[in-house]
Every structure is written in structure tokens, then in C-alpha cells.
Design a binder for this molecule. Structure first.
Ligand code: GAP
Length: 449
């Protein structure tokens, strides 16, 4: 008998991420660095799977190419984009407790002009705080050597638009996709990895003929929604939210929101950015970035449909969605019932850090050797983990908490019958499968999940 509950608080997820080796605070041995995180073995595998699925969903299309632009760019890029003058949040200082906070999203300030920490009204006026991290290029630290750590990956797509288009001989509509680190000196990072100062973005700009932009905006909305559903996010935890106030360059903007423990919040932005970015870069660089359509003999600055999601935020959404606690009841030989809580990450197998765990029933040499061979056989096709410590029950639970969909146990019978027990994460059902058929069996299970 089971009784299921979903994730109740972020603290439960943070604890699991720590105990099962997903995420730790950066520089933990030195006491940690605020809002910076390191992915550990299970985390890095899961994050790579997310990046891989997103990358394939973009670049397996005939009309999308990838780029990997550098993090440091010519400083005029950020002047042209509007980031130097406008990429700022309103910052308020509390003169009593010295807390600094954003005035535009802090309820106690918006409603009563009070500090969110101590309630004091002794506050500074809001002032604009630019979120870009500055550094210097070369040995001189003067104003002429300032460069920025990019606050978004998208800029690399705009400045590479023309050379990508011409070298790949792409005709519009076509897109450019990238995955990479971005940096923002956020005033109030928080909610674990939801808002951090260093994070990874996955962005795609789709260049289209003006006048066709509404159609492509709506197509990309559908595609991005379907991506989440395909990899198992529950539809009731997702919604679209149209922007009430559009940025000056945007013709349309919608967020995909996910129901995080703190409530529905932005997961991804989908924007119709008009011809703003390429027009700006044409003006500031002095290069004509118009597109010439040979067949139609027409020239124009393309409109851009952008899809932009943070990989770490996506990671958080997948973890929140997959987390469940099941209360099961064990009955002992005297009929006494006891409660037993099982934590499971019900991740889609394509996203789970490992597809299979190989678990010899005991540490005896006659089981360990063939189990290692079995691990190697499976590793040809899947991400595999191996565990021979603790009781088999404990090892199953450990894999449930990592989200491993299949556990394979090699036991004493396996030596004679050439078969192993496959245990399924979600139903906890078990079946006996021949070792020589195991890879194709797991393959089919993943395909039909
Ligand atoms: N090029 C457009 C752009 O960067 P954005 O809405 O500022 O748009 C896109 O960012 C996505 O990047 C967000 O929807 C979010 O998933 C992620 N993101 C933005 N700031 C972040 C932060 N400080 N920490 C983690 N993820 C962040």
C-alpha cells in the first residue's frame, strides 16, 4: 500500500541534492561562496543530459546551427545591446541593518516602504545598479581596458548572424543555438539554484522575414511546450504567462512558468525581438547586417524569435517535478505494520543521471567479477553505475533517490542460468532477463517509457 506526496519544500530537495551528490555550494571547504554552486557526479550527468536533449531538439533540425561564442566580447557589443546603459535593477540600502534589496520585487517595500529584513523605514532612495560583472583585459586596469563577463549568450548569435548565414549558406528562416555560461551580479540571488550569479543558458535566435514573425513566434511556443511534456514535466505544473509590459524592442513576449515550491515562476522566455538587435549592431559596428534574398531580390533586417532558458533553472524544475515521497507499510512475520518512506526521483530515463545500476547480490568474488563484466557490457550503450556496498534493499533505495530507472542484480542463480533480475524504479516490480538480451531489453524500455 502506498501513499504519495510531491515535493513540499525546497529544503527537502536541497537535502537530497547534498546527500545524493547532485549539488554543493562552491568552495565548500572554505565555508562556501554565496549563490555559486558546483555540480557533483549525479548532478553533472543530469545536467549534461538536459543540455544534450535541448541541443538535439534544436540542432537536429535542418534550419538551426550551433555556435560557441566567447564569454568576453568587444565592449561596444554591450553598448549596442543596451546592457551598459539599461541592464540594471533598482537597489535600496537599509541604513539600520545594512541589508540591500531590489525595490521592484520586494513586497514590504512596494506596499509600506519598509526594509524586508528589519522593518525599518530608514532607507536610501532606489538607485540603478548595473548587473554586469566588469573585469579588465591586459595588464592595465584603466577604463580603456574594461570588458564584461557576458550576461547572456544571445549576443554571440547576433554578432555571428551574418558569417553563420553566409558560411552555412542558410536561407531565412534559420536559427542559431548556443549553450554557455552567463554572469549577472544579481542583488538578490536565491531559492537554491533558481537565481544565481553564475549560470548556464541555452538560447536560440530564429531569424525570420518581417511579417512572418507572428507565425514563428507561435510555432516556437508550441515546440518549447512540447519539449517539457516529452521529457516528463507534468502539464499542470507549467503555464504560459504573457508579459504585461513589453520591453521597448519586443513585439511579443511570453514566459513559460513552472510551479516551483515558492510558486509559479519564470523558467523560460520566448520573445519576438523585432529587428532591434541586428539594427543596433549594424549601427554600432558600421557593418550592414541586412540579409539579401537572392531568389526574391530583396534586402531586409530579419526579425528574431528568441527562446531562452537557464540550464540550472531547468535542472531545478526537473528535480522538483520528479521528486516524490511514498509512504509504504511493511508487515513483519508477526503481522506488525511499520511505516517506511521511500524517496523517488521519477525522472524520464533520458534525463536520469544513470539509466542502469549494476548491483551484485553480495561482494563474493564469483559475483563481483561477472557483475563488472556486465557493467562493461551495459556501458557500451548506457550511462551505468555500479554499487556493491550495503544490503540490496538499501542499494535500491539509493538508486531510487538518484532516479535510476533500472537496477540489475547479479545473483548466485545468474552463474547457472545466464540471467539477471531487473528491478523497475517506479513500480518496484522485478523480472528475470537473459544477460545476452539485456542491452536491447533496456533500450526498448527507455524507448517506450
Ligand atoms: N537573451 C535573453 C535573456 O537572457 P532572460 O529572461 O534575462 O533573457 C533567460 O534570461 C533565462 O535565463 C531565464 O528565463 C532563466 O531561465 C535564466 N536566468 C536568467 N537569469 C538567471 C539567474 N540569475 N540565475 C539562473 N538562471 C537565470
Amino acid at each position: 500500500m502506498t501513499n504519495e506526496t510531491n515535493l513540499k519544500s525546497m529544503a527537502d530537495l536541497v537535502a537530497l541534492c547534498k546527500s545524493r551528490g547532485f549539488i554543493f555550494q562552491s568552495s565548500e571547504v572554505y565555508g562556501g561562496l554565496n549563490s555559486c554552486y558546483d555540480m557533483r557526479p549525479s548532478g553533472v550527468e543530469l545536467k549534461n543530459n538536459l543540455k544534450n536533449r535541448w541541443w538535439k531538439s534544436m540542432t537536429l533540425r535542418q534550419d538551426v546551427v550551433g555556435v560557441d561564442a566567447s564569454i568576453l566580447m568587444h565592449p561596444t557589443v554591450w553598448k549596442a545591446s543596451g546592457h551598459v546603459d539599461g541592464f540594471s535593477d533598482p537597489l535600496v540600502d537599509c541604513k539600520e541593518c545594512k541589508t540591500r534589496f531590489r525595490s521592484d520585487n520586494t513586497d514590504s517595500y512596494i506596499n509600506e516602504k519598509k526594509c524586508p529584513n528589519c522593518g525599518s523605514k530608514n532607507l536610501s532612495e532606489p538607485r540603478n545598479f548595473n548587473l554586469m560583472f566588469k573585469t579588465h583585459m591586459g595588464p592595465l586596469e584603466d577604463s580603456g581596458s574594461i570588458v564584461y563577463l557576458r550576461p547572456e549568450t544571445a549576443r554571440g548569435h547576433f554578432v555571428n548572424f551574418q558569417n553563420c548565414q553566409q558560411s552555412s549558406r542558410y536561407i531565412i528562416p534559420f536559427g542559431i543555438a548556443a549553450i554557455g555560461k552567463s554572469f549577472r551580479n544579481e542583488i538578490t540571488p536565491g531559492n537554491f539554484i533558481f537565481r544565481t550569479r553564475e549560470f548556464e543558458q541555452m538560447e536560440m535566435q530564429y531569424f525570420v522575414k518581417p511579417g512572418t514573425d507572428d507565425k514563428y513566434f507561435s510555432e516556437w511556443k508550441d515546440r518549447r511546450w512540447n519539449f517539457y511534456i516529452k521529457y516528463g514535466i507534468q502539464a499542470e505544473n507549467l503555464k504560459f504567462k504573457d508579459h504585461e509590459k513589453l520591453a521597448h524592442y519586443a513585439k511579443a513576449a511570453v514566459d513559460v512558468e513552472y510551479k516551483f515550491p515558492m510558486g509559479f515562476s519564470e523558467l523560460e522566455g520566448i520573445h519576438n525581438r523585432s529587428d532591434f538587435d541586428l539594427t543596433q549592431h549594424s549601427q554600432f559596428s558600421g557593418k550592414n547586417l541586412e540579409y539579401f534574398n537572392e531568389a526574391e531580390k530583396e534586402k531586409y533586417i530579419p526579425y528574431v524569435i528568441e527562446t531562452a532558458v537557464g540550464c540550472d533553472r531547468l535542472f531545478l524544475a526537473f528535480m522538483c517535478d520528479a521528486y516524490r515521497e511514498e509512504v509504504t507499510y511493511l508487515v513483519d512475520e508477526n503481522g506488525k505494520k511499520s511505516e517506511d518512506v521511500r524517496i523517488v526521483l521519477g525522472l524520464h530515463p533520458e534525463i536520469a543521471p544513470y539509466k542502469v545500476a549494476v548491483l551484485p547480490l553480495s561482494k563474493k568474488e564469483e559475483l563481483v567479477q561477472p557483475s563488472m563484466a556486465l557493467r562493461d557490457q551495459l556501458a557500451d550503450d548506457f550511462d551505468v553505475t555500479y554499487d556493491e556496498t550495503a544490503s540490496i534493499g538499501k542499494r535500491y533505495r539509493r538508486q531510487d533517490e538518484i532516479g535510476t530507472p533500472f537496477c540489475v542484480t547479479y545473483d548466485f542463480e545468474s552463474i547457472n542460468d545466464g540471467a539477471v533480475t531487473v528491478r523497475h524504479r517506479d513500480k518496484m516490480s522485478q523480472e528475470r532477463i537473459k544477460i545476452k538480451e539485456l542491452n536491447s531489453y533496456i533500450f526498448n524500455q527507455i524507448k517506450t517509457f
